[in-house]
Design a protein around this ligand. Structure first.
Ligand code: APR
Ligand code: PHB
Length: 386
């Protein structure tokens, strides 16, 4: 198998296949340092945690990850705890995607199949036939050809795989760009709450998250045209303090170690397969970060894909590869809806009428067990095969 891209999707797929005796080569255009330094989201669903344990990379996660029973939902005057354990018997873990990627890379380089960083000109060929290949230039500048049975396009939103699938199928794309963005910071300060706080506020959404008992991760809603230079650390802390305020609580501040503005979009590309080229993760779909679904959705995709490919390559049965795209997309659309719904409920947009609708929805989730359970089930992760 040729796997293009060493994000969480490609690395985990390689690991899952290795455990079933399928040989893989992972090709990554960036350097190891670059891939390990990218700051991404940090909430893992129960299924994601279990999968990482099952493939032998759960040790540091079990030591350093923070299990959370729920989240807080807030609107001015009220901070309400939703207990996922009570609502649906599942929890989530705080553990940065960056750490997941580091653990997968370490395992792969220790005892796994080849993982090549710094490759360029990656070009899958003949994916419609039974013997595709990937041409690429290795880090030393030498042209190479990888002959393989199957190609996995796990090369993210800007990769080369999706355009090939779109060009060779009667596929479709759906896209929504939201009229707001997140300004996110990492700060060396103990989190000011025991679990995540999602706050609606007239001045815009804010999120209190964390990476460890001594590192906070926080976000404020900003206009997508905002420039990061216009947001001093003091301005960011002021916005966070205002938007997250509740009586009797205060926000701890500390040195900011990273800050950036993230655009928000929903994007789905179908189908997720062309012949022997299969897409998984951000190569096929993007969700806005409000429901923390991006990484978890990539893990669900590769769980389904690994099962299908093992069946194809070791039992020569095509049934699971034939249903892969439809099954994966059913879950993709569920998560796309959930992420859109959380985003729409929590971000300030529109007029006062929209604001009252949002507040009504928030009060409903905080007062109806049925409404809270619907959020809890989606947030903690639905079954991989819906
Ligand atoms: N050749 C080789 N590698 C490539 C190419 C290419 N042409 N194009 C992109 N890549 C690499 C990128 O450098 C990146 O390391 O593919 C990898 C894709 O990784 P991610 O973008 O992390 O995507 P994915 O593995 O699907 O992870 C899912 O979850 O939280 C979300 O968006 C977040 O990255 C996250 C995603
Ligand atoms: C994060 O910690 O980066 C994070 C947490 C929850 C989200 C999104 C991002 O919904």
């Amino acid at each position: 198998m040729g796997i293009i891209g060493a994000g969480p999707a490609g690395l985990l797929l390689s690991r899952l296949l290795q455990l079933h005796g399928v040989d893989t080569v992972v090709l990554e255009s960036r350097s190891r340092d670059y891939v390990e330094a990218r700051v991404r989201a940090g909430i893992l669903e129960q299924h994601t945690v279990q999968t990482l344990r099952d493939v032998g990379v759960g040790e540091r996660l079990d030591r350093e990850g923070l299990p959370h029973d729920g989240i807080y939902l807030q609107h001015p005057g009220t901070r309400h705890h939703l207990n996922f354990e009570e609502l649906c018997g599942r929890k989530v873990w705080v553990y940065g995607q960056t750490e997941v990627v580091k653990d997968l890379i370490t395992a792969q380089l220790d005892d796994g199949p080849p993982l090549l960083f710094g490759v360029s000109h990656v070009t899958p060929e003949d994916v419609d036939g039974g013997a595709p290949r990937i041409r690429f230039t290795d880090a030393d500048g030498v042209a190479q050809v990888l002959e393989c049975d199957v190609v996995a396009g796990t090369d993210g939103f800007h990769g080369v795989s999706r355009p090939l699938v779109t060009a060779g199928t009667s596929g479709r794309l759906w896209e929504r760009t939201y009229p707001f963005a997140w300004l996110g910071i990492l700060a060396d300060v103990a989190p000011s709450a025991d679990e995540l706080v999602y706050a609606w506020h007239p001045e815009g959404f804010a999120l209190l998250s964390m990476r460890s008992p001594s590192v906070s991760r926080l976000y404020v809603q900003v206009d997508p045209a905002e420039k990061i230079e216009d947001w001093s650390d003091d301005r960011i802390w002021d916005a966070l303090s205002t938007r997250l305020a509740v009586d009797g609580w205060s926000l701890r501040t500390g040195p900011v170690t990273e800050k950036s503005i993230l655009p928000m979009r929903s994007f789905v590309s179908a189908p997720m397969r062309r012949g022997r080229l299969f897409l998984a993760g951000d190569a096929a779909h993007i969700v806005p970060p409000t429901g923390a679904k991006g990484l978890n959705l990539a893990v669900a995709d590769v769980t389904l894909l690994a099962q299908a490919l093992v069946r194809l390559l070791t039992e020569k049965q095509t049934d699971l590869v034939d249903t892969y795209s439809d099954k994966a997309l059913a879950r993709v659309w569920r998560c796309t809806h959930f992420s859109w719904w959380m985003t729409s409920m929590l971000h300030r947009h529109g007029d006062d009428f929209d604001a009252e609708l949002q507040l009504s929805q928030l009060r409903r989730v905080c007062s109806s067990e049925a409404a809270a359970r619907e959020l809890a089930e989606n947030y903690t992760g639905l079954a991989v095969d819906l």
